[in-house]
Design a protein around this ligand. Structure first.
Ligand code: ATP
Ligand code: MG
Ligand code: FE
Length: 345
């Protein structure tokens, strides 16, 4: 079946078209430049940008895929979580489209879609895996038997999300917004990851007793900021590349260690990584290294599919259709705090 997916949970208007597990089009219009001067996403600006981009982006995706809207067998849309006003634009568009072509509508969970997108690159998800979801708003370890049935949360961040930490540290270092890709690049540009040892949150024996699969990145972010401020106060240059690399190492070290521990705990031989931070080059490298050592197979989609896009929504929709799951009602809500355990609304 041909599935069209619509994503508008944050600042990307994404339209993806898939047939089964084959990606036919992935059109993304981002309003990121409009938010850059505010140093963060402005919800009202994002909503308006989605409205403007919706129809042209749908057209572009159909052209790329070589399909007509009337060919579409089901419409999938991010129902939540995300910015309420932004979600609303996508949900309204999806309802209108589903009604017009008289096809079923699936209101899906954005976080589950970050996991399901991997099917477009590597085929069926393993029967039983740990999914590490690391993005701008979330950082979680999830046990997944069958993504269409839901996920079991094992742990999550108790403060900042990993992507949020990247963005905040980038700001401290004077790098552009959103900072993740810039920190990644600065680190790759000759950054020494052993230059400073920044704290690894929730890894002490005592913390592990209560927070074995949880993360904390707020202390790390503060430690980096203090270190940089102290340097500046002393009138010394801040070695941006080294600090970026050392910070990134602290994040990736904890993420990979806990993800592997989670796989061992569940007896799973597969680790799947998703969300914007999964695009990070050091995380991909370290996960590969450490998982190989532990006898665990890692699956990470290509960087372009890790950040927000419509293909991931279409991919999850496609899995739901294949599994024979019931579609959503046409009064489907935009659910800004949709729980991670709910795959379809
Ligand atoms: P959520 O999915 O939790 O709702 P979101 O949709 O805003 O959040 P994504 O698009 O999935 O997030 O991810 C964006 C985040 O990923 C940003 O914080 C960004 O800095 C980070 N990111 C993107 N590329 C990289 C990279 N190469 N290295 C580190 N972080 C990155
Ligand atoms: Mg974004
Ligand atoms: Fe996302």
């Amino acid at each position: 079946p041909l599935i069209l997916g619509i994503e508008t949970s944050c600042d990307e208007t994404g339209i993806g078209i898939v047939r089964g597990q084959t990606l036919l089009a992935d059109a993304v219009a981002s309003s990121v430049d409009e938010h850059a001067r505010f140093g963060g996403v402005v919800p009202e600006v994002a909503s308006r940008a989605h409205l403007e981009a919706m129809v042209p982006t749908i057209r572009r995706a159909c052209e790329t895929a070589g399909v007509q809207l009337s060919d579409v067998d089901a419409v999938a849309v991010t129902s939540g979580p995300g910015l309420a006003g932004a979600l609303l634009v996508g949900v309204a568009a999806a309802k209108g489209l589903a009604l017009a072509i008289d096809k079923p509508l699936y209101g899906v969970n954005h976080l589950a879609a970050h996991v399901a997108v991997d099917t477009l690159e590597h085929g069926d998800l393993p029967k039983g895996c740990v999914a590490m979801l690391v993005s701008g708003g979330h950082s979680s370890l999830l046990a997944v038997e069958d993504i269409t049935d839901g996920v079991l949360p094992m742990g999550s961040t108790i403060d900042d999300a990993a992507g949020e930490a990247f963005d905040k540290v980038a700001r401290v270092l004077g790098l552009p917004f959103p900072g993740g890709p810039y920190v990644d690049k600065a680190a790759r540009d000759g950054g020494d990851r052993l230059y400073v040892t920044f704290p690894r949150g929730l890894t002490s024996q005592r913390d592990l007793e209560r927070h074995r699969f949880d993360f904390s990145f707020s202390g790390l972010k503060t430690a980096v900021a203090r270190w940089v401020e102290a340097r500046r106060r002393d009138g010394e240059d801040v070695p941006v590349n080294h600090v970026a690399a050392a910070f990134q190492e602290a994040v990736c070290d904890v993420l990979t260690r806990k993800a592997i521990d989670a796989c061992k705990d569940r007896g799973y031989e597969h680790l799947l990584i998703g969300g914007g931070v999964a695009a990070n080059s050091r995380l991909r490298q370290l996960a590969e290294e450490r998982c190989t050592e532990a006898g665990i197979a890692v699956r990470v989609p290509r960087p372009g599919l890790c950040t927000d896009n419509g293909a991931m929504v279409a991919a999850l929709g496609s899995e739901l259709v294949r599994a024979g799951k019931s579609p959503s009602p046409l009064d489907l809500p935009a659910d800004s705090s949709m729980p991670i355990t709910m795959v379809v609304n």
